[in-house]
Design a protein around this ligand. Sequence first.
Ligand code: FES
Length: 132
Amino acid sequence: MSDKLISTELPVQKNPNESSLEDGWHKVATSDAIKNGEALQVDNFATQLVVWRGEDGKVRALDLYCKHMGAALSCGVVDGNGIRCPFHAWKWNEEGNCDDIPYAKKIPTKAVTRSWQVKEESNDIMVMLQKA
Ligand code: FES
């Protein structure tokens, strides 16, 4: 599969390095806002995120917009512990790698997105910001 299948014209993903937020953990939601198998769009962070809870109960976060053609991954479906894009069903894992394309045998080498460190504490979901 050609890397040309990765769009160069994605929706504008905010640059977290330009955020006024300081480095460190930031609350993005309450734990009860995301049940197993659900995804949430987060706009109150240094960049837009999709945060989802896999079937194993663990919460994960990636940049919101799919690196294929820019769909909001929050509109996708949780599949196992990954999230599947609503447009063409590419599946993304918590490391930010596409690990399944239903109609293709090979995965483009550029099918990688930014992943974020997540923790839950006292009913809060927190994401770590570390600017470059
Ligand atoms: S936009 Fe095509 S798989 Fe996400």
